[in-house]
Design a protein around this ligand. Structure first.
Ligand code: SF4
Length: 647
């Protein structure tokens, strides 16, 4: 059993005592009600994380007239009762809770007024794709007052602390950063002036709620922006000292703006890559320092503490993925933790919603690996009314999730897998560069499968005679899909292989490779080959490469592929494959692209034959995942989960 020597040690942030060193970092969820109050869904979501054992939960709240449609507000006393229900729920599990007072990009400076993108100066905001309006001195003073009033409400609602966010490219970060603050008045220019609004807010909160009410600060200490400041500059470290001197009780270290050209949270970023920033800040302050960014693993978290690099460890998405993470860690069930795969799906909807505010329905986060995220009250795992004998066919994500869910409700489940190992599409998805988290997800599914008591049979395809012999009450088919072979001349030639065959090492390729299909699988396969010294061209029939890759990762991914010298041919439809390469049509003309091997990455087609052949042979027959229609891992897991819950 893995020894975690530090994670569960108590610690104090000012007068706030935490029973462990783990902080659930603020993530905008979109779970607030339309009137910006905290409702049942919001409370259930956070209560479940508190029940999971987290020491401190920090939640973003707007301090002014609703300045963001996706988060709850504390701008009026009417928000206090519901917020108190939230704090009561979290406290009932022994966790502490802080309200992060956040002004993102929009502000409504007058009740009933329009939301405007504002900033210290009219420096173009890449994230919002506009030039913001500069706040007047009067508006800055009004904003400081609003923060003070919101802190009073947080205190009245029994939050244990408040946090200010000077990070992420949000408003206070833009005041602190010389790249976005070009003011020539007392709120711009020198470090003292750029810190002024922040320190005046700290003073205001102390005046309003008392010196000993803990205030923490999430501080961007390394902007990861072109011409942005870095941790090597004196200013971010001096800012941390200034915050401590002003009475801040912990620094929650952060890096990046949402529009940073450098990835900070995507799966291509190694776990714990930015812990060194916390270590640098810890060297200049004596208050507790929280390390963050790409930490999803309690073993890593414990090591960060063990090595003295931080006093607490913050995780955000790790708790979306698995609310029970800490309890599992405490009980030595680390292999059962559902890992956040850093796929960024949860961030994607939220970030696009900032830009499209007012033009679309309010989004909410959902998670690739945890179908219950945000649906805690709706998806309740209750014992089955009658325990059934269930046969699951297929050991990919949909089949394993269905088997785990059904077995944990008391059904007797046997999983048949045709291959000699479990994993299905995850086995392939975990092979390209930077996809290790998919392997972690696969290990977690397998561990939970065994823990749930599912009997696993490998090299065991489901056939009609299996059903006759086993006589199950219900069959869940999750037999996946098969690669699409295009109906063009030469597609069965000796030089043609599928992405699946080469990623799994079943087939070799020549020195120059043409990949037919520029979706995620094709582009990741290209990445895989360039790391092996191959020359690669990706041919895509649509106008966009990697169109199915999330917007928060796609630019970094494509930049890496381009830097690796991968040629990308869009609007190019494969018409013929020859020994020397592929003939493509493009805008009414034809081209020939030469290469030794053609790798097909044109998607999958559903395996439906088994479902057809079993029709009428079993009382309950269900199909889930790619054998219904090839889709994403998220859809496969959710479908498997839902059938396991319903059956
Ligand atoms: S959606 Fe992806 S990034 Fe977000 S919490 Fe889930 S696994 Fe992690």
């Amino acid at each position: 059993m893995q020894q975690l020597r530090n994670l569960f040690n108590p610690i104090k942030i000012g007068k706030m005592e935490l029973n462990n060193r783990v902080v659930m970092l603020p993530v905008t969820t979109g779970f607030a009600e339309d009137d910006a109050t905290v409702g049942d869904r919001f409370i259930s979501y956070f209560a479940e994380r508190a029940r999971g054992g987290v020491g401190l939960i920090i939640i973003p709240f707007g301090p002014t007239y609703v300045g963001c449609p996706m988060q709850p507000s504390l701008h009026d006393d009417r928000f206090i009762p519901a917020a108190r229900r939230l704090t009561d729920a979290v406290h009932s599990y022994g966790s502490k809770i802080a309200a992060q007072l956040i002004t993102q990009y929009h502000l409504i400076t007058k009740e009933g007024g329009p939301p405007e993108v504002v900033a210290p100066s009219p420096v173009p905001n890449v994230m919002m794709r506009c030039t913001p309006r500069a706040l007047s001195i009067e508006e800055i003073h009004w904003l400081i007052e609003e923060y003070g009033k919101a802190a009073v409400r947080a205190h009245q609602a029994n939050f244990d602390a408040v946090e200010l966010i000077v990070a992420g490219g949000y408003l206070l970060n833009r005041f602190f950063s010389p790249s976005s603050n070009k003011r020539t008045d007392e709120y711009g220019g020198s470090l003292e002036n750029r810190m002024r609004i922040i320190l005046e807010i700290v003073d205001k909160i102390k005046q309003r709620v008392g010196e000993d009410y803990p205030i923490t600060c999430r501080l961007n200490v390394h902007e990861n922006m072109e011409r942005g400041y870095t941790i090597e500059d004196e200013e971010p470290r001096e800012a941390a000292r200034m915050l401590e001197a002003a009475g801040i009780k912990a620094i929650n270290v952060y890096t990046g703006w949402h529009e940073s050209p450098v990835p900070t949270v995507q799966h291509s970023v190694p776990r714990g890559a930015f812990v060194y920033l916390a270590e640098r800040i810890k060297g200049v302050v004596s208050i507790p320092v929280i390390a963050a960014n790409r930490i999803n693993d309690p073993v890593l978290a414990d090591r960060i503490l063990d090595e003295g690099k931080a006093d607490l460890v913050g995780m955000g998405r790790a708790f979306i993925a698995d609310p029970e993470l800490l309890n599992k860690a405490k009980e030595g069930r680390i292999e059962e933790i559902v890992p956040c795969t850093a796929c960024s799906n949860c961030l994607d909807d939220m970030l696009s919603a900032y830009r499209d505010w007012g033009t679309q329905t309010k989004p909410a986060i959902s998670c690739t690996v945890n179908p219950r995220a945000g649906k805690e009250a709706e998806y309740v795992l209750e014992p089955a009314k009658r325990a059934k004998k269930i046969l699951v066919g297929g050991g990919g994500p949909a089949g394993m999730e269905a088997a785990i869910t059904a077995a944990s409700r008391g059904h007797q489940v046997t999983l048949y897998e045709e291959g000699d190992e479990l994993g299905g599409t995850l086995l392939i998805a975990s092979i390209p560069p930077y996809k290790d988290e998919m392997a972690a997800l696969m290990r977690s599914l397998i561990a939970r499968l065994h823990k749930a008591g599912v009997q696993v049979k490998l090299s065991a395809p489901v056939e009609a005679k299996t059903i006759e012999e086993e006589k199950p009450d219900a069959v869940i088919l999750a037999t996946g899909g098969t690669p699409i072979i295009p109906d063009v001349p030469g597609s069965h030639g000796k030089n043609v292989v599928t992405a699946e065959e080469v990623l799994t090492g079943q087939k070799e390729v020549g020195q120059s490779v043409i990949i037919a299909g520029g979706g995620m699988v094709g582009c990741e396969t290209a990445d895989f080959f360039t790391q092996r010294g191959k020359t690669v061209t990706v041919v895509e029939m649509l106008g966009r490469m990697a169109a199915d890759v999330v917007a928060t990762y796609r630019p970094f991914f494509l930049a890496r592929l381009r830097a690796a010298g991968i040629k990308m041919e869009t609007n190019a439809k494969v018409e013929e494959i020859t020994d020397q390469g592929v003939r493509v049509s493009r805008n009414g003309t034809t081209d020939f692209i030469g290469g030794d091997t053609v790798v097909l990455a044109m998607g999958y087609k559903a395996n439906k034959q088994l479902a057809h052949s079993l029709g009428g042979k079993v009382a309950e027959l269900y199909s889930v995942g790619d054998c219904v229609k090839p889709r994403t891992t998220k859809e496969a897991i959710e479908e498997g989960f839902r059938i396991g819950l319903r059956i």
